[in-house]
Design a protein around this ligand. Structure first.
Ligand code: ZN
Length: 150
């Protein structure tokens, strides 16, 4: 009898962990009218073939004045990608078309809107120095964080 209970607990634990592993391939991030993301670090398992980040703009201001997006790059490339993105304009979601330094980016959204960025991880290296940031002009200096792939 005791043995059966023990086995049952073990399989329960195993199913819990497998659910947990798949959950870590997605994350939710919030942005507001104060030009802030609500998280400094997003962590994903190296087992994720795809990463999915849902961005919620919890503010009220429209996209043309307080737009936000998520762009994933090497940490060292944030400023350069943001500068090129500014020239590309809102029609291109403030990301230079075909920019190879960008692993993934979402569209620009305004207050009350939600968007999801999904991208493949085949170009990411385990333990690499990655970042997410908002490429709306002037936001990158504050709106950025670390993206861990480990
Ligand atoms: Zn922003």
């Amino acid at each position: 009898m005791k043995r059966l209970i023990k086995l049952g607990l073990l399989s329960l634990a195993a199913s819990f962990f497998s659910v947990n592993a798949s959950a870590s391939c997605s994350a939710t991030l919030e942005a507001n009218d104060m030009m802030q993301f609500n998280q400094k670090t997003l962590s994903f398992s190296k087992d994720c073939k795809e990463i999915s980040i849902e961005l919620k703009h919890t503010g009220k201001l429209p996209a043309k004045t307080m737009g936000h997006n998520i762009v994933v790059v090497d940490s060292a490339n944030i400023q350069a990608v943001a500068t090129d993105g500014m020239s590309a304009g809102i029609a291109n979601q403030y990301v230079k078309p075909g920019d190879e330094r960008v692993y993934g980016f979402s569209k620009i959204i305004g207050g009350g809107e939600t968007t999801t960025l999904t991208f493949k991880t085949d170009k990411l290296k385990v333990g690499g120095d990655y970042a997410f940031f908002c490429s709306f002009p002037g936001h990158w200096a504050i709106m950025k964080g670390k993206l861990e792939f480990k």
